[in-house]
Design a protein around this ligand. Structure first.
Ligand SMILES: *Cc1c(COP(=O)(O)O)cnc(C)c1O
Length: 386
């Protein structure tokens, strides 16, 4: 018998505060057990169908396709769009490496553009300048849950005949001018990794209104099989399927999507309140047209005003048993991309500043006020002592 810790969300004063933990407090256990007992543990089953239907509704999209993880979701979409060697794809440099890795998987090259200081997402003003004759599309990222400026990006994409993939891995439940994240480009990808807003441990999804594209994604994620002819493979595909067991977890998460998101929003507003007025601590800006998806609460540390750098603060927090994450290292500075980026003379000052000052604070559902207070007080005390 599995023992449930009734206070799993409450962290004792002498315990490490993790940066993230999944909320599996609903029917997760029950549905996984049900999947196991039914013997439908591979990639067909009732939970897969149910999840795809519910997730499409969640994103206000015609189609949702379950994929084994968020990186494979990006990869399969790029293949389905016909992206390949010689093509260029515009991506932000301030994102998780999967966004650019997927471009390399198909033999194409990522071009990096800067982010807007007011949204931390791709700066639409920078797009025009980055486009070359080889550019085929854009992958935008709803970074740290903030929706992209979709109309501006789609406008530029439309003028130049580019496709637009929205990487919504960090943005389950965000809104752009009332439209849900996951419906803002031609196609979107999601991750359900253990630290994401909704999770099944490892998992992903593709959402789109384009049924032809959805069909291609389904073919490519299942070894390229012809949906009407068993063991006939018209194209080379991959095995990017997600299991019915993982979808059982996701169905339980989808039953509590609003609850999980509301709980995380509560964490956000507690941080807003507790961190108020600490010199050098700045909130993530939220555009007036945006409703942020509450992933990891993110702040920047201005070292002059705070009295120490982000990294020094993180070390101090670690001493107080508080785990944090620095922002992503800009992709244009990482070994797989730096040479090509320098050759293109890419200068991304906003990305560089945010990457050196930004930090993600512990965030999960359900909200635990004492833990959030402990983190916030530590940030205040460290500053006062600096
Ligand atoms: C998490 C994440 C991914 C990758 O998802 P996986 O499921 O871990 O493969 C892709 N893009 C962004 C922006 C992410 O945060």
């Amino acid at each position: 018998m599995i023992q449930k810790n009734p206070n799993a969300n409450q962290i004792a004063a002498d315990q490490m505060i993790p940066v993230a933990q999944p909320d599996l407090g609903g029917n997760e256990e029950k549905y996984v057990l049900d999947a196991v007992r039914s013997t439908w543990i591979s990639s067909t089953g009732a939970y897969v169908d149910r999840f795809e239907k519910e997730f499409a509704e969640f994103c206000d999209s015609k189609e949702a396709i379950a994929i084994c993880n968020g990186t494979a979701a990006l990869h399969v979409v790029l293949m389905a769009l016909g992206c390949g060697p010689g093509d260029e794809v515009i991506v932000p440099s301030l994102t998780y490496i999967a966004t650019a890795n997927a471009v390399r998987y198909v033999g194409a090259e990522p071009l990096f553009v800067d982010v807007d200081p007011e949204t931390w997402t791709i700066d639409p003003q920078q797009l025009e300048r980055a486009i070359t004759r080889k550019t085929k599309g854009i992958i935008s990222v709803d970074l740290y849950g903030h929706p992209i400026d979709a109309d501006a990006i789609n406008h530029t994409a439309g003028i130049h005949g580019l496709w637009h993939i929205e990487d919504a891995a960090e943005a389950h439940g965000g809104l752009y001018k009332g439209r849900p994240t996951g419906s803002l480009g031609d196609v979107a990808t999601f991750s359900f990794f253990g630290n994401k807003i909704l999770t099944c441990g490892e998992g992903g999804a593709v959402t789109t209104d384009n049924s032809q594209l959805a069909r291609r994604v389904r073919t490519l994620k299942g070894q390229g099989v012809d949906p009407n002819r068993r063991y006939f493979f018209p194209v080379t595909g991959y095995n990017f399927r997600l299991t019915n067991v993982a979808c059982a977890l996701l169905c339980a998460q989808m039953e509590r999507d609003k609850e999980i998101i509301t709980q995380r929003r509560k964490v956000f507003s507690l941080y807003d309140q507790f961190l108020e007025g600490i010199p050098g601590v700045h909130h993530q800006p939220i555009a007036e047209w945006a409703v942020q998806a509450p992933w990891l609460y993110s702040i920047t540390i201005d070292p002059k005003a705070y009295g120490m750098t982000r990294d020094e603060m993180a070390i101090e927090l670690k001493k107080r048993k508080i785990d944090t994450r620095p922002f992503f290292t800009p992709l244009h500075r990482l070994p797989p991309f730096v040479r090509e980026s320098e050759a293109r003379n890419e200068h991304l000052p906003v990305t560089d500043r945010l990457a050196s000052q930004g930090i993600n604070l512990p965030t999960w559902s359900p909200a635990d006020e004492l833990t959030i207070k402990r983190v916030s007080d530590a940030i205040r005390d460290i500053q006062a002592g600096a």
